[in-house]
Design a protein around this ligand. Structure first.
Ligand code: A3P
Length: 329
């Protein structure tokens, strides 16, 4: 009824810049001074933004959530298929003064563990690998910012975030979901576009992911990079990463790293191209991990009508931010 509606439509009150319902705002000092026990666990999400994660990640969630990084650890975070492996290779080469041999000591997933991964073999469990490594460690994650273990923020760890324009990211994820038999089945292209727009893919919504880190980048000192910038001028972006990590390498070594992390060289590097994954897991007859490595491949997949529909939805979902994504360079 109208009366009930009037009773329950609670007004919003501003609490330190965040609109919260009046009954939360009125009780704010009690909430703010609540003292958790160190053993308590907080589950935090934006309302209605549940993040679909694969069952083996969800089952191991409390171990992931309570992971304690060292202040010297660095997180490399991305939405899946935004250029994670590329960035990992750049970082490893920067750390080892461009020494290609040292950077071929093990596959990417061993050199820079994937925090939340714990299945299936032979992909090593991120937490197990991290237990055996001494800080400073570099750690990969696809978790959206609200699911990143609090210890990273408490310890003011460095965070490198890489974002890729939505359409190319979608195309890359589509092919990955086709060939990676541990991921949910992608289904037909048309349906996949819808699933992406609704955030119904593993690791959730691309829109929430890129926005979450964008909004926090100054406050949490996150280096926010774009795949398109890396393609356009890899040297410039490698230097930005180097400076963020407080490293200083000679121009010659930087040139060498540009070459070693080019798509062509990485595609043929068995320690960077995921060829160690058995064919029963990554099916190369469907697509390869190092698939194309281009900006603008989306134009080969989206029909004009799909592109228009996608763009209209994109403007709605991204209305609260102004992130300078480029779909072509
Ligand atoms: P495509 O599927 O468009 O080819 P991630 O490492 O986050 O899973 O991202 C994989 C995507 O990055 C794939 O995109 C892959 O080809 C691309 N990629 C990997 N190494 C690259 C490089 N050195 N240069 C450009 N793109 C690269």
């Amino acid at each position: 009824s109208k009366a009930a509606g009037a009773l329950y439509r609670f007004p919003l009150v501003d609490v330190q810049g965040v609109p919260l319902m009046n009954w939360i705002a009125q009780n704010w000092s009690a909430i703010w001074t609540f003292h958790p026990d160190p053993s308590d666990m907080l589950i935090s999400t934006y309302p209605k933004a549940g993040v679909p994660l694969m069952n083996w990640i969800a089952q191991n969630w409390s171990a992931i959530w309570t992971f304690h990084p060292d202040p010297s650890d660095t997180l490399i975070s991305t939405y899946p298929k935004a250029g994670t492996t590329w960035t990992q290779e750049i970082v490893d080469l920067l750390l080892h003064n461009g020494d290609a041999e040292i950077c071929r000591r093990a596959p990417t997933a061993v050199r820079i563990p994937f925090l939340e991964i714990n299945s299936p073999p032979p992909v090593p469990s991120g937490l197990d690998l991290l237990k055996k490594m001494k800080p400073p460690r570099f750690i990969k994650t696809h978790l959206p910012i609200q699911l990143v273990p609090e210890g990273f923020w408490e310890n003011k760890c460095k965070v490198i975030y890489v974002a890729r324009n939505a359409k190319d990211n979608l195309v890359s994820y589509y092919h990955f979901d086709r060939m990676n038999l541990t991921q949910p089945e992608p289904g037909p292209w048309e349906e996949y576009v819808q699933k992406f727009m609704k955030g119904k893919l593993a690791w959730g919504s691309w829109y929430d992911h890129v926005k979450g880190y964008w909004k926090e980048k100054e406050k949490r000192n996150i280096l926010y990079l774009f795949y398109e910038d890396m393609k356009e001028n890899p040297r410039r972006e490698i230097v930005r990463i180097m400076q963020y990590l407080d490293l200083s390498l000679s121009d010659d070594i930087i040139d060498k790293i540009v070459e070693l992390t080019s798509f062509k060289v990485m595609r043929d590097n068995p320690m960077a191209n995921y060829s160690f994954i058995p064919k029963a897991v990554f099916d190369p007859s469907v697509s390869s991990f190092m698939r194309k490595g281009e900006v603008g491949d989306w134009t080969n997949y989206f029909t004009p009508a799909q592109s228009q529909m996608f763009d209209e939805d994109y403007s709605r979902q991204m209305a609260d931010v102004d992130i300078p994504f480029r779909t072509l360079i």
